[in-house]
Design a protein around this ligand. Structure first.
Ligand SMILES: [Zn+2]
Length: 485
């Protein structure tokens, strides 16, 4: 009689591949799935632990394709919002912002580098030093890491307000190559933000070409997500194809009322791009974005909510227009006074969000900012919101499709071998949830609420979250993209 350590019986199994779920049993030994068996086959299996999942669904653990958990991952409590959504793998180092290879000697980093936290966190001079520190510390979920172009620029360039010289570009290229050898999975840019803005396409190609020959993925927070979003997509596709690397467009959106509806055009370009290197985008299920507060992003038409403020912490969670009114100043002036600060910008249209969520090349990334006092609810609600609200309640897509965009597809996009699927030999990253109850609870007023309907979460074969409680905090592995296999 075959023997396994853990046996899940009678589960509705979404295997992550995009195929319809089946009712069956799954065996796990050590950190791997050993077998998947439909219920109609009645093979006897012995086990040390058994769970009857009648009425519950079993899926691969969700992969959060876009996070800023670079420093939060050291503290299990800050990863709790991820675990309570069923997330077992996070991708960090996004939007040009990464901790390695920077050592800032305790100084406070320039925005948006300060999204990750305050002074003292930039103390990892290499990918290896970051990885070693994390592995030594232990971490609750699996980590995939990208190196940020802004971090490279700050490390190499005295003046980040100009394009890099060819010598500086070569230095960044070599630093990225070294980081890839030491465990990084790709390069991210944040061309929208000041530390990265002055880089032109040639500079990015020069750096990104370190990933040629299937060594990593290029992700980009594009130069423009509003009026010039199409131009920015063209630049991103051109950069990736000239560098010879796969492309992931970060948190794709069309911002500003005059650009609502433009996803019809952006999707035509993105989905029609079939003969270039692989192309995907990540998206979160909300019509508001969130980043640092900057007066240049303040306009009459956009509702803005303050997520944190160093100079006026008492204003956290309030609307910018209300603060401006009380102070008797313009919204732009109020933003200047609140800085350094973070904000939620209500700048997208629901129809665009839905169109993007449905796309076959979309994967799911929360873009949550764990350090924010009053965070955007995407930090706590993204994954259950898509499954519960958009798939089950609205029928925008099927639960099977939704889960594929959080598991099998992102595993493929990031070259994560033996992840994202329920099949023999795959790593046992698993989430058990009630398909009738799963739903997000966090909203803009109360953003720190765990989702409902997640029964338990397993990372590499170890139960990590049980009935909303963390029971293990050290089961995560450090993962590296492998596109060669
Ligand atoms: Zn971003």
């Amino acid at each position: 009689m075959p023997h396994v350590e853990i046996l899940f019986r009678n589960a509705l199994i979404f295997d992550g591949s995009g195929k319809k779920p089946i009712k069956g049993n799954v065996g796990v030994s050590d950190d791997r799935i050993t077998f998947v068996q439909p219920n109609k086959k009645k093979n006897q299996v012995s086990s040390e632990m058994e769970f009857d999942l009648e009425g519950l669904a079993l899926a691969p653990g969700f992969i959060d394709a876009h996070t800023h958990d670079d420093y939060a991952v050291f503290d299990t409590h800050k990863i709790y919002p991820k675990l309570t959504q069923g997330v077992t793998t996070i991708v960090a180092g996004n939007c040009g912002i990464s901790l390695p290879p920077l050592d800032l000697n305790g100084t406070i980093p320039v925005p948006p580098m300060n999204l990750l936290g305050d002074s003292g966190i930039y103390r990892f001079p290499s990918m290896k030093s970051y990885r070693d520190a994390l592995v030594k510390n232990h971490h609750a979920v699996n980590m995939v890491y990208l190196i940020g172009h802004s971090a490279l620029r700050i490390k190499v360039m005295k003046d980040i307000n100009r394009v890099a010289t060819s010598d500086e570009t070569i230095m960044m290229h070599n630093l990225l190559a070294q980081a890839l050898d030491e465990g990084a999975s790709g390069l991210s840019t944040g061309l929208f933000y000041p530390p990265n803005k002055a880089a032109n396409e040639n500079e990015v190609i020069g750096v990104a070409s370190a990933m040629r020959n299937k060594r990593g993925i290029y992700t980009t927070h594009m130069r423009d997500e509003g009026d010039d979003v199409l131009k920015s997509i063209e630049e991103s596709v051109s950069t990736a194809s000239k560098a010879g690397v796969p492309l992931l467009i970060s948190h794709h959106k069309c911002t500003g009322q005059q650009n609502w509806g433009k996803t019809r055009e952006t999707l035509k370009v993105l989905e029609g791009n079939s003969n270039a290197p692989p192309l995907n985008f990540d998206v979160y299920p909300y019509t508001a974005g969130s980043t640092v507060l900057h007066e240049d992003q303040v306009s009459e038409e956009t509702r803005i909510m303050v997520t944190w403020s160093q100079s006026h912490p008492e204003r956290t969670g309030q609307e910018l227009s209300k603060i401006a009114e009380e102070w008797g100043v313009s919204c732009k002036e109020a933003a200047v006074r609140l800085k350094p600060a973070g904000a939620i910008y209500f700048q997208m249209h629901e129809e665009d969000v839905r169109r993007l969520l449905k796309s076959d090349i979309a994967i799911i990334g929360s873009d949550g900012i764990p350090e924010d006092e009053h965070p955007h609810p995407r930090l706590w609600g993204t994954f259950p919101r898509i499954i519960g609200h958009y798939a089950r309640d609205l029928g925008l897509l099927s639960m099977t499709e939704a889960i594929h965009k959080m598991t099998g597809l992102p595993a493929q996009v990031f070259g994560l071998r033996w992840r994202g699927k329920i099949a023999p030999n795959y790593f046992a990253d698993l989430v058990i949830f009630d398909p009738d109850l799963i739903i997000d609870k966090a909203d803009y007023q109360n953003p720190k609420l765990p989702s409902e309907g997640i029964n338990s979460v397993w990372v590499n074969g170890r139960e990590t979250l049980k009935a909303e409680k963390i029971v293990n905090a050290d089961a995560g592995y450090f993962l590296k993209a492998d596109f060669a296999g």
